[in-house]
Design a protein around this ligand. Structure first.
Ligand SMILES: NC(=O)c1ccc[n+]([C@@H]2O[C@H](COP(=O)([O-])OP(=O)(O)OC[C@H]3O[C@@H](n4cnc5c(N)ncnc54)[C@H](OP(=O)(O)O)[C@@H]3O)[C@@H](O)[C@H]2O)c1
Length: 259
């Protein structure tokens, strides 16, 4: 195992949540930037398409499973000689829009399991490889929902606030080491599955974006991630909020009829 990648070797990254939306666009973007990428999520057929399209490496991983994440560590060891420059935590999402008074605790539990425990499980497992690289990054794709509450958001607000605090504590704990902790917190991003998974119905999912002029795209978010990861390593975009122009706050979105 090498202690440091040679200076001219491609940078290496694991991207979670890479089977769709922001994670998929991020994996593709990093490959285009010249990185070696191991893209992970649960759905293998989606990952196979991504591999065929981009040439990235893929592995089926469930971030809520210790066993699955252990297999991820083994694959990083094999592929990258145990030295990893970046972990991009995108796996996550929202379930439901119930008020706190009507909270569905199973959904709260699942949101916490994926967004918070999934992120810390993968971090804990891969941090030794990230430290070994000598140029490390832990990037957390949180959300403005982790910073601003909105009615019907409490379960997701709490989970994303938890992920934000994980990133914040890690930044303090890793201070003085060659590991940046970066948080990218997007507002409204129109991806195929996010609102569908949250609401369970295509019409309701489409209505989320009704009348909104140009919600962010997955590629817009991948651009920000790419900028943050490719910046000189002493430059740490520790928290980046990115929203569409039409959105002034999580719950304040300009809508126009006929759009
Ligand atoms: N869209 C938005 O408006 C928005 C705004 C701000 C932040 N975000 C955040 O951005 C991230 C990506 O969102 P998106 O819009 O791209 O939604 P998405 O298309 O639904 O992506 C979610 C990804 O997470 C993966 N995933 C879910 N559970 C997993 C698990 N247990 N293990 C491994 N992977 C898992 C999914 O893949 P599999 O199902 O194949 O496992 C999928 O690739 C999420 O963290 C979300 O909270 C989204």
């Amino acid at each position: 195992m090498t202690a440091h990648s040679p200076a001219d070797a491609p940078l290496t990254a694991v991207v979670t949540g890479a089977s769709s939306g922001i994670g998929r666009a991020t994996a593709a973007r990093l490959v285009a930037d010249g990185w070696r990428v191991l893209a992970v999520a649960r759905r293998e057929e989606r990952l196979a398409e991504l591999a065929a399209e981009t040439g990235c490496e893929v592995l089926a991983v469930d971030v809520t499973s210790d066993e699955s994440v252990a297999a991820l560590v083994a694959r990083v060891e094999e592929l990258f000689d145990g030295s990893l420059n970046a972990v991009v935590h995108v796996a996550g999402g929202a379930l439901g829009v119930e008020t706190a008074a009507e909270a569905d605790l199973e959904k709260w539990q699942r949101m916490y399991d994926i967004n918070v425990l999934g992120a810390v499980r993968v971090t804990r497992a891969l941090l030794p490889a990230v430290r070994r690289s000598g140029r490390g990054d832990l990037l957390f794709l949180t959300s403005v929902a982790g910073h601003e509450a909105y009615p019907g958001g409490s379960g997701y607000n709490a989970a994303k606030a938890g992920e934000h605090m994980l990133a914040a504590a890690l930044r303090l704990e890793l201070n003085g080491e060659k590991v940046r902790v970066i948080e990218v917190a997007p507002g409204m991003v129109r991806t195929e599955e996010f609102s569908l998974v949250r609401l369970g119905d295509q019409d309701a999912a489409d209505a989320v974006y009704d009348g909104v002029e140009q919600p962010l795209t997955a590629e817009d978010c991948a651009d920000v991630v790419s900028y943050a990861l490719n910046a000189p390593h002493h430059v740490n975009l520790d928290l980046v909020t990115v929203r569409p122009l039409a959105q002034a706050a999580a719950h304040r979105v300009a809508r126009h009829q006929g759009l």
